[in-house]
Design a protein around this ligand. Sequence first.
Ligand SMILES: [Zn+2]
Ligand SMILES: [Zn+2]
Length: 69
Amino acid sequence: MKCYVCAKQGKTTEAVGICIVCGMGLCMEHVIREEREIWEGGYPFPAQKMKKTLPRILCRDCAEATSEG
Ligand SMILES: [Zn+2]
Ligand SMILES: [Zn+2]
């Protein structure tokens, strides 16, 4: 899979991760890896609070859309 953001810019960069929200491929430059404790509804996962923080791979758009501030 190629990075979707790079592909839009006419580049072909191999993706290193996939946004868990929208599913687009992301290269190291565009991947956003976050650890959040609170899990809200609306994700493709059960809405519940986890005991540990879990790393999540997000694209920039989804990171902004789901940021808590
Ligand atoms: Zn990229
Ligand atoms: Zn996304």
